[in-house]
Design a protein around this ligand. Structure first.
Ligand code: 13P
Ligand code: SF4
Length: 315
């Protein structure tokens, strides 16, 4: 089938089966175009919770589809490619994390949503890059905290809030590989271009950024800015929405420095039109979880959504 035929078939199957397609900003542009909602992890978790469709097709990575199932267990949740993992989730095996947690019984556990359901079940509160800073600030100053699995996001939150959270040693293989030196070179060539970066980047890179935020926050910053050019330190999929929202602005990435083609997430890019079509047609691969795991992992996610509403981060 041609791409055009695949698109028509996907739209037909979606209508016939009362399915909704949720897509992350890092997905291939043809998948973002077909998605009913495109968003960051926080917005997509909310959409999944609110969905009354029979089928949720999650075009993102495994932990995102798993979160959708946890928040709306009576729906059939599909992920076009079950291999779409995340290096952060992989970096935190449940047994090792349980042992680490047991060594610090007086600490509460905050986990970044980029983790497995097992880690969520061991956590008191989940956060995303879109709410982490405000959630941490809302806790009592003397609250001892373990933060997992992203040490870059954790150390950034420690830096801006003055906390001393204990950090699990995990990284996003995509953002952690981006180098401050390459950004500084681009900055020298484009002195008027602000640098926008995702907080999963390493501390040296974040130190030279003009704005640090979630995928959604970066989009909002760029939309409101009067600058005409931006240096973007995050996964390339987001350029589709950046350019769509800002047709007159120019985006410079690490590819323009030629030193790195490291800004593609190979997991995110596993989902293709062909796999999306087959997944809707065959209604698999499906996310399946035990009721017990859903219940245990749900508590800290619901706590995050409730707290985010109370703090005015989401509606
Ligand atoms: P956002 O929640 O900012 O969309 O980030 C998700 C992610 O996987 C970043 O690598
Ligand atoms: Fe995980 Fe990094 Fe890919 Fe996001 S970009 S899904 S954090 S590996």
């Amino acid at each position: 089938m041609t791409n055009e035929q695949l698109k028509q078939e996907i739209l037909r199957l979606k209508r016939e089966k009362n399915a909704v397609i949720l897509g992350h900003y890092y997905q291939r542009h043809e998948i973002q175009e077909l998605s009913d909602y495109v968003g960051d992890s926080l917005a997509l978790a909310q959409k999944a919770q609110q969905s009354d469709n029979d089928i949720i097709v999650f075009c993102g990575v495994h932990f995102m589809a798993e979160t959708a199932k946890i928040l709306n267990p009576s729906r059939k949740v599909l992920l076009p490619d079950m291999e779409a993992s995340c290096s952060l989730a992989e970096s935190c095996p449940a047994d090792d994390f349980a042992a680490f947690k047991a060594q610090h019984p007086d600490h509460m556990v905050i986990s970044y949503i980029n983790c497995s359901a097992d880690i969520k079940a061991l956590s008191d509160l989940i956060c995303t890059s879109g709410n982490a800073e405000k959630l941490v600030r809302s806790l009592p100053e003397d609250q001892k905290i373990i933060f997992a699995p992203d040490k870059n996001l954790g150390s950034y939150i420690n830096q801006v809030t003055g906390r001393q959270m204990l950090l699990w040693d995990g990284v996003c293989m995509v953002h952690d590989a981006m180098q401050a030196e390459a950004i500084l070179k681009l900055k020298a060539e484009h002195p008027d271009a602000p640098v926008v970066a995702h907080p999963e980047c390493n501390a040296a890179l974040l130190a030279v950024a003009d704005f640090v935020g979630s995928t959604k926050a970066m989009l909002t910053y760029i939309e409101r800015s009067t600058a005409r050019q931006f240096i973007v330190a995050t996964e390339t999929g987001i350029l589709f929405e950046m350019q769509r929202m800002n047709p007159d602005k120019q985006f410079i990435t690490l590819r323009d420095d030629k030193s790195c083609a490291c800004d593609d997430c190979s997991y995110m890019k596993l989902n293709t039109l062909e796999k999306l079509y087959r997944c809707l047609r065959d209604e698999q691969p499906e996310i399946l979880m035990s009721a017990q795991m859903i219940e245990a992992a749900r508590r800290p996610i619901v706590r995050m959504l409730d707290l985010s509403r109370q703090l005015g981060i989401i509606k």
